[in-house]
Design a protein around this ligand. Structure first.
Ligand SMILES: Cc1cc2nc3c(=O)[nH]c(=O)nc-3n(C[C@H](O)[C@H](O)[C@H](O)COP(=O)(O)OP(=O)(O)OC[C@H]3O[C@@H](n4cnc5c(N)ncnc54)[C@H](O)[C@@H]3O)c2cc1C
Length: 449
């Protein structure tokens, strides 16, 4: 038994995450032993990121005997590597497209869900006393070219239409006053929704809460197969043991496999995102560049740069790209990320950036997340596909799917399209390589338009 991944095996090992600042800056103490012998539980959750943890929390709170299994450790995947932007998102389809495809009512349900997802994270942090270094009042989008101002206007109009909330425009002088000066920026827009956090502290905080509610963890346990047994239960097989469960949730997102189970094949597309982190910057260095705000920000590129100053004055700078996960490709990506950081923040050309890491987010063909039952099965569920914006949406999807598993009515906005099983990508065996073509087009568009 082996897992069939669509990226090179290196992406699923420890190299891309070896310099992860988040892991280094917080306890990685084991939360559970590897699975051994024969065990059983009511619900098995495969994947210990936000999706799995938030589902496990809701289930454990209802007295369900739940076990979370992770191939590595809790928060090892994207949930322990991301930029910490807890903001609107989860889809990359635009509002008009969602309305067109799914109708006004269902699209509107999704817009409410995006907002409710952020509130849910805030509630979980507060209710469970999780200290995750929260900063930033909303998010700021920065026009990387004067002619991208129209994009800011469209975003402001969408937010107004969705929630009746006004965004704030900033001209160049105002950006300077706010401490958000970077090369090439012409103006900005603050959307007053969302906040930034330490992603791994959040994941660990959720896990500790699950444990306190009676949930179990099996770490260093790669689930290699899920088979239905004659008694209607599922048997999850790992190298060192097996777990019987009445219900199973697949919460593997960008780290999913084509054959675990076969149903996943072709339905998800992992995309790499990469983060470079500077050393602590001095007040003088911040002033010289004119960037001293803790506001989370990103630019108007399609292959956008996202960046924010941490509470201790390290600069986090991230960007998507590269369809290859070899050590050589990672080295090239590190160079490209450093080059773009220097272009945007020229006063920091001599500042060291000791930490660089990559991880896998996940797309679906229809560009919307899935959270629901796997068709034609009894008791098998999945949630994935947050399009690089999963802090809020993965947390939310986990709770939606947990409510489904409990058969409980939920007041949480739950658009019906999120329950529709994703369709396969065309040319599914080629999908990672085809992504390279999209990247080339996006780069060209960002440069020319
Ligand atoms: C570099 C980067 C930056 C990002 N920045 C942001 C951001 O700023 N804001 C935002 O909202 N989102 C961001 N995202 C996306 C966000 O991190 C993800 O959408 C979210 O963490 C997904 O959570 P998850 O629990 O579904 O998956 P993950 O956290 O990826 O967890 C999946 C887990 O499944 C486990 N697994 C896989 N297969 C098996 C198996 N067979 N057996 C056992 N375990 C298995 C893996 O080990 C992994 O731990 C970013 C992603 C990356 C990679």
């Amino acid at each position: 038994m082996s897992l069939h991944h669509i990226f090179q095996e290196d992406a699923y090992g420890d190299q891309p995450v070896a310099e992860n600042f988040w892991h280094r800056s917080f306890s990685k103490q084991a939360l559970g032993e590897p699975l051994c012998d024969e065990q059983s539980c009511e619900v098995a959750v495969v994947g210990g990121g936000y999706t799995g943890l938030s589902a496990a929390l809701k289930l454990a709170q209802q007295g369900v005997d739940v076990a979370v299994l992770d191939a590595q450790h809790i928060g090892w995947g994207a949930s322990g590597r991301n930029g910490g932007f807890c903001c609107l998102g989860g889809t990359i389809a635009d509002d008009a497209d969602l309305i067109d495809r799914y109708g006004e009512a269902d699209a509107r349900r999704y817009f409410y869900a995006e907002r409710a997802a952020i509130d849910l994270v805030a509630e979980l942090l507060e209710q469970n006393s999780i200290d995750a270094d929260v900063v930033s009042k909303g998010e700021t989008v920065l026009a990387h070219k004067a002619r991208r101002v129209d994009q800011l206007k469209d975003t402001a109009a969408d937010v107004q239409k969705r929630y009746g909330i006004s965004c704030t425009f900033h001209d160049k002088d105002e950006l300077a006053e706010l401490g958000m000066m970077a090369s090439g920026l012409s103006s900005g827009l603050t959307i007053p929704i969302g906040f930034a956090l330490h992603p791994y502290k959040y994941a660990r905080g959720l896990a500790e809460t699950v444990k306190a509610q009676g949930g179990r963890f099996y770490e260093q346990t790669s689930v290699l197969g899920i088979t239905p047994a004659a008694d209607g239960q599922y048997v999850l097989k790992a190298r060192t043991g097996q777990l019987r469960a009445q219900k199973v949730l697949l919460a593997t997102n960008g780290y999913s496999s084509e054959n675990m189970p076969e149903w996943m094949a072709g339905k998800y597309l992992p995309v790499q995102s990469n983060i470079l982190m500077s050393r602590v910057l001095s007040d003088e260095e911040l002033k010289r560049q004119g960037w001293f705000s803790n506001q989370m920000a990103y630019d108007t590129r399609t292959l956008l740069h996202y960046f924010r100053l941490l509470p201790d004055n390290r600069m986090l700078f991230g960007m998507r790209g590269s369809v290859s996960a070899t050590p050589h490709a990672r080295k090239r990506m590190r160079t490209a990320t450093r080059r773009d950081l220097e272009r945007m923040f020229p006063e920091w050309v001599n500042v060291e950036t000791p930490d660089f890491w990559s991880g896998l987010a996940c797309l679906t063909h229809k560009l919307v997340p899935f959270a629901g039952a796997v068709p034609d099965t009894q008791g098998l569920y999945a949630a994935f596909g947050y399009h690089g914006n999963g802090i809020a949406m993965a947390t939310y999807a986990g709770q939606l799917v947990a409510a489904e598993m409990l058969g409980a009515a939920t007041k949480m906005p739950y658009p019906s399209f999120m329950k529709q099983a994703p369709i396969e990508f065309p040319f599914r065996t080629m999908r990672r390589h085809l992504l390279a073509l999209s990247y080339t087009w996006f780069e060209l568009k960002d440069r020319l338009l």
